[in-house]
Design a protein around this ligand. Structure first.
Ligand SMILES: [Mn+2]
Length: 325
C-alpha cells in the first residue's frame, strides 16, 4: 500500500490538472474523501477540481465545500474541462459504472487513478490502489496526507477524513473498526477534529420527514428463514407521502434485529427499478448475494439494482438470500 501511495504521489507531483470524484449515491466516505483529497492537492498548489453531487450533499454541509474547485453542476464542469488535459482520480468506486460523472467527462480524462477499498474492485484505472482491508477510502487518503504534508494535518483536511471514516465504520460500530482506524481518529482528534459533532451530524439526528418515512418503512417489516432474514421496503408512494426519499439507516433496522443475519431494504426508485441494500452481521457474504443480481460491495454491506417490480424483486432476492443463512 505504502509503495503504491508513493508511486501515485510521484505522479501527482509530475502533473498539474486533476479531477476528483466519488460514487453515485454518494455517502460520507465518498464525499469526505473527495473533499479531503481535493484540499490536499490544493495545498500542494495543484490545479484540481472535484465533482460533488448536489443531491447527496445536504447532511455534509458542515464540510463547507463551497470553494470554486468544488463543482455541483455537471454541465459547467464539462464546459470548463472541454479544452483541458486532466487526470481523473476516482475514490470509493468499485467499478466504472459507479463513478459519479457523465461518461463524456470520464472518457475525456488522460488516464484514471482508481483509489478504493471494495474487494471486488474491477481495477478499471491505469493505476489502481485497492486497499480492501481498509475501513474507508478516508483511511487511505489519511495515509496520503501524512506522506504529503506530515501528521500535522490542517482541519480542512482532517475533518472530512474523520467524516469518511466515521461514516464507513458506522460510528466505530462495524467489524471494520480496527485499532489502526482508532489510532487515525485519535490523531485527527489531536489536530482539532470534533468527533462528537460529526457523529451527531451523521448518526445522531434525523429530519422529521425522514422519521415519518422510517415509520412507514418499519410497518412493512417481514422475516424469513426462521428469523435469520429480515426485510423492509420503501415504495414511491411512501416517499411521496413522507415528502422525502431519505432512506439512510433504514437497512440497519432490519439487520440489527436479534437473530437476524441478513437485513434487506428494497427501495422503489422507479416502477421497475428496485434498489436492493444488503447488510449482514457475522457470516453471510452479501456481496456474493448482490453479485447474483449484478451488484457488488463488501461482505457485510452490498447492494444491487433489479429491474423488476417491487413484489417480484422482494420474492427473488429473499429466496436467493436463504442460501446464505
Ligand atoms: Mn467507502
Amino acid at each position: 500500500m505504502q509503495k503504491k501511495i508513493k508511486e501515485i504521489i510521484k505522479l501527482i507531483n509530475k502533473n498539474d490538472n486533476f479531477l476528483i470524484v466519488g460514487h453515485v449515491g454518494s455517502d460520507g466516505d465518498s464525499i469526505g474523501s473527495v473533499t479531503a483529497f481535493t484540499r490536499l492537492l490544493r495545498i500542494k498548489n495543484k490545479k484540481v477540481r472535484a465533482y460533488l453531487n448536489r443531491d447527496t450533499l445536504a447532511p455534509f454541509s458542515f464540510l463547507e465545500t463551497e470553494g470554486e474547485e468544488f463543482y455541483t453542476d455537471s454541465k459547467k464542469l464539462k464546459k470548463d474541462l472541454a479544452a483541458e488535459n486532466y487526470i481523473l482520480i476516482t475514490l470509493d468506486s468499485g467499478n466504472l459504472e459507479r463513478v459519479d460523472l457523465e461518461a463524456e467527462i470520464t472518457a475525456g480524462a488522460e488516464f484514471i487513478i482508481n483509489i478504493d477499498h471494495h474487494a471486488d474492485n474491477s481495477h478499471f484505472g491505469k493505476i489502481n490502489l485497492v486497499g480492501s482491508d481498509r475501513a474507508a477510502v478516508g483511511e487511505i487518503i489519511y495515509n496520503f496526507a501524512v506522506e504529503m504534508i506530515g501528521i500535522d494535518i490542517p482541519m480542512q483536511v482532517a475533518e472530512p477524513l474523520a467524516t469518511a471514516i466515521i461514516t464507513d465504520t458506522g460510528a466505530l460500530r462495524y467489524e471494520n473498526t480496527t485499532s489502526r482506524v482508532l489510532r487515525i481518529l485519535a490523531d485527527l482528534m489531536d489536530v482539532g477534529v470534533d468527533i462528537y459533532k460529526i457523529n451527531k451530524k451523521i448518526f445522531g439526528s434525523i429530519s422529521y420527514k425522514a422519521l415519518i418515512l422510517k415509520g412507514l418503512a418499519l410497518a412493512t417489516l417481514e422475516r424469513s428463514a426462521n428469523g435469520k432474514i429480515a426485510w423492509l421496503y420503501v415504495s414511491r408512494q411512501m416517499m411521496h407521502e413522507a415528502e422525502t426519499d431519505y432512506t439512510e439507516g433504514l437497512v440497519s433496522m432490519a439487520r440489527d434485529i436479534e437473530d437476524v443475519e441478513i437485513g434487506i431494504l428494497f427501495t422503489e426508485e422507479e416502477e421497475a427499478e428496485i434498489k436492493v441494500s444488503l447488510r449482514s452481521n457475522f457470516y453471510a457474504e452479501v456481496n456474493e448475494l448482490a453479485a447474483e443480481f449484478n451488484g457488488g460491495g463488501h461482505p457485510r454491506a452490498a447492494g444491487a439494482t433489479v429491474e423488476k417490480t417491487l413484489e417480484e424483486t422482494i420474492n427473488l432476492v429473499v429466496e436467493a438470500a436463504k442460501k446464505y443463512v
